[in-house]
Design a binder for this molecule. Structure first.
Ligand code: ACO
Length: 435
């Protein structure tokens, strides 16, 4: 909800266009916004903001980030408290319903999600159409999109109950599809969901059980996965969330909208960084090579970046990175891998970078991806599936944002405008006169 404040912005022009007064709205926290919606009708001019550096595309009450403080809040609750006191399904409930569940609400939500984890048996045929070496993200874009053709009973997006059912289906079925993508890639039979297991334990079972060997659930590892999911559950209006909102603004099918979000997340500038951070550590290889590597990072001509460092919004320690480092310790200890080569290397690299003037002056701190690759690798998750795990976690954020958008009375189809710099009107020449 926005409120108008006393303040107004006045835009004046040097080309004779009369100046324009625009209202300023203030949210509960964060920067005020200037309402420019009447700008074009009043002046015939657009604003220009590629990359949305200064543009709020919607109002939202789901997630708040203060990049300077290094603060992340889901519905007002700090990520540090949620990661320690709640599990992923409680976090999902919070993101979807604005409040944390009480015990009875949690039990009924868990039961609802658990009872939607199976996918239609027909889905197997979609998987079998993919090459075994297909990237899991391409498989997920295809199979999540394919869900659109299965649920004709709940496709009236103007009906809040239908929206709810779609949200639950997506949260419930994503782990099944991600695990199926993995099983397909390694040529093992699909493992069906097991309703007596928790959300994260069920996912690990679908990943690692086989018909010849049960998966023994390790609570430390399950808790680590659950924490990865909580930390990635939402991150306000990032590229993939904005993609879901834009796709959904036309009234498109929610499963198709989430498939669009997955496509956007796949890009290396977005969801692919944890994979890159792990490869970077492998490449550096040993603590002795850190000095030389940092030299290359500082050399603008080398094109080398310290992956897992820096963030568009966080200009302080990413709060998720602190939690992920803690989880890293716990997992490696539980597996007897305290001397893990890459973890030691990561810690040494982080220490050196945090003391180096180059990183300090640019406010470059570790982001969540700096440690999440090491944790996922320790859990046995293959590198190619890292972004798929991110998609599984972010599905709740995407669908919560989609629901918020659909029920917003100010919602309109998203339709950015442009500064046209191409040719002006001209006539089509006959073929004989075309150069
Ligand atoms: N290593 C070395 N230098 C860096 C890094 C880095 N990781 N990140 C930023 N810089 C430098 C830039 O070269 C620039 O230096 P300059 O001012 O001398 O030209 C300065 O810091 C500012 O950087 P920008 O690129 O302007 O920052 P921006 O906000 O556009 O980029 C980004 C943020 C893309 C995340 C960047 O920091 C980066 O590429 N990091 C590595 C990749 C990564 O870890 N991505 C994960 C993001 S978190 C997530 O998606 C879950």
């Amino acid at each position: 909800m926005t409120t108008t404040v006393e303040n107004k912005a006045t835009l004046s022009f040097s080309d004779g266009t009369p100046s324009l007064e625009m209202p300023i709205y203030t949210g509960t926290i964060g920067p005020d916004v200037i309402d420019i919606r009447k700008l074009y009708a009043s002046t015939g001019k657009f604003t220009y903001d590629p990359g949305f550096m200064s543009t709020a595309a919607c109002n939202s009450s789901i997630t708040y980030i203060d990049g300077d403080k290094g603060e992340l809040l889901y519905r007002g609750y700090p990520i540090e408290q949620l990661a320690v006191n709640c599990d992923f399904l409680e976090t999902c409930y919070l993101l979807l319903n604005s409040e944390l569940p009480n015990a009875a609400e949690k039990a009924s939500f868990v039961s609802l999600v658990t009872n939607h984890t199976m996918v239609h048996e027909q889905m197997q045929f979609f998987f079998r159409g993919f090459r075994r070496d297909a990237h899991p993200m391409s498989v997920l874009v295809g199979t999540v999109g394919a869900l659109s053709s299965f649920y004709h009973d709940s496709l009236d997006i103007s009906d809040p109950h239908h929206r709810e059912v779609s949200a639950i289906r997506l949260i419930a079925k994503l782990p099944t599809l991600v695990a199926m993508a993995y099983k397909y890639s390694v040529g093992q039979p699909f493992v069906y969901p097991r309703n007596e297991l928790s959300y994260s334990a069920n996912f690990m079972n679908m990943m690692f059980a086989t018909p010849c060997a049960d998966y023994k659930v390790n609570e430390v590892l399950v808790r680590a996965l659950d924490r990865i999911l909580i930390l990635h559950a939402d991150h306000e209006q990032n590229a993939s969330t904005s993609t879901v909102r834009l796709a959904g603004s036309s009234g498109a099918n929610p499963f198709a909208c989430i498939a669009a979000g997955i496509a956007c997340l796949w890009g290396p500038a977005h969801g692919g960084a944890n994979e890159a951070a792990l490869s970077m550590l492998e490449e550096i290889g040993s603590v002795d090579n850190i000095g030389e590597f940092i030299k290359q990072v500082k050399d603008k001509n080398s094109g080398v970046k310290l992956m897992g460092f820096g963030h568009r919004v966080y200009k302080n320690y990413d709060p998720r990175a602190t939690l992920m480092r803690e989880t890293c310790y716990e997992v490696l200890e539980a597996l007897g891998l305290q001397n893990d080569r890459l973890f030691k290397l990561a810690m040494a690299l982080e220490k050196i970078a945090l003391e180096d003037e180059y990183f300090v002056s640019r406010k470059l701190y570790p982001n969540v991806d700096f440690y999440s690759g090491i944790v996922q690798r320790a859990l046995g998750i293959p590198v190619s599936l890292f972004t798929g795990i991110f998609a599984l976690a972010r599905t709740v954020g995407w669908i919560a944002q989609w629901k918020e958008m659909i029920s917003d009375p100010e919602q309109k189809i998203g339709r950015p405008r442009q500064l046209f710099v191409g040719p002006t009107r001209r006539d089509v020449p006959p073929m004989s006169r075309r150069g």
